[in-house]
Design a protein around this ligand. Structure first.
Ligand code: HEM
Length: 235
């Protein structure tokens, strides 16, 4: 794969931060202002469901995206960046588990069937692959750490598989927005109303966020670095 000649990651990471912040604000405005708020325990079970998009977007997609970009924007040694990378990914996984728990709790408390949609199948697959990727990365690159030659060979696969899983996560979130909005519209929500526009626009911002995260990961941190899809030199 050819490198991105003459391009560095930094400007793409700045745009990603702005898009991530915008997506976080938009999903909160949707769930709190339009959908009635968030709750872990409530008589109105919709408030429990509302935790799902908030935790999946802010926890999984945005913090996961920041974890991917941690090698590109931050100062400090490679070891410090590696630690930030693995901790942010761990936080993303924990918050995603809470978000998925909220979707199951909403279904179970409301007598709705589980795992009937493409969104839920791809979602469970994505979080499983994400966790597997984290465990393999931890063992290979952090503790106990593989032999140097194995680490070098494993790194391009780690990057490639990581980006694949991240794109799957973005696709899952898109399916989720589409599904929820379709349910709401079937229930009478105005198709061209403010809320429908807000949800579609949030999903659009998420696509752009994902695209900028991927370009940040693929672009070299500086023009002196080797070009291509291997962003960090693993000794
Ligand atoms: C990458 C992020 C996401 C993942 C991994 C994910 C995963 C899941 C899973 C596993 C379920 C099944 C729960 C059950 O069967 O009881 C579910 C349900 C649901 N999710 Fe998501 N979700 C994500 C993001 C979103 C977003 C952003 C929305 C937007 C509103 C959303 C909307 C829904 C809806 C409406 C349901 C209930 C209907 C169904 O089971 O398909 N999801 N999600």
């Amino acid at each position: 794969m050819a490198g991105l000649v003459g391009v560095t990651a930094a400007p793409f990471t700045y745009v990603s931060h702005v898009l991530g912040l915008a997506a976080a604000v938009l999903v909160l405005v949707w769930c709190v202002h339009f959908r009635g708020g968030l709750a872990f325990v409530a008589v109105n079970k919709n408030l429990i469901f509302n935790l799902h998009p908030v935790f999946m977007l802010i926890g999984f997609i945005i913090i996961g995206g920041e974890a991917i970009m941690s090698y590109k924007g931050l100062p400090g040694s490679k070891e410090v960046k590696k630690l930030i990378h693995l901790i942010l990914h761990a936080i993303a996984i924990v918050l995603a588990v809470v978000g998925i728990w909220a979707a199951f709790k909403y279904h179970n408390d409301s007598g709705i069937a589980n795992l009937y949609s493409l969104h839920s199948w791809v979602g469970l697959g994505t979080i499983s692959l994400y966790a597997i990727q984290w465990i393999f990365g931890f063992i290979t690159f952090f503790f106990p750490g593989a032999a140097p030659s194995l680490r070098r060979n494993a790194l391009p696969w780690h990057v490639l598989f990581g980006l694949f899983v991240y794109i799957l996560a973005i696709a899952t979130a898109e399916l989720g927005f589409l599904e929820k909005l379709t349910f709401l519209q079937n229930g009478g929500l105005a198709k061209y109303g403010t809320e429908a526009f807000l949800v579609n626009f949030t999903a659009l911002v998420v696509i752009f966020f994902g695209a900028f995260v991927v370009v940040s990961a693929v672009a070299p941190a500086s023009t002196e670095e080797p070009q291509g899809y291997v962003p960090i030199a693993e000794s």
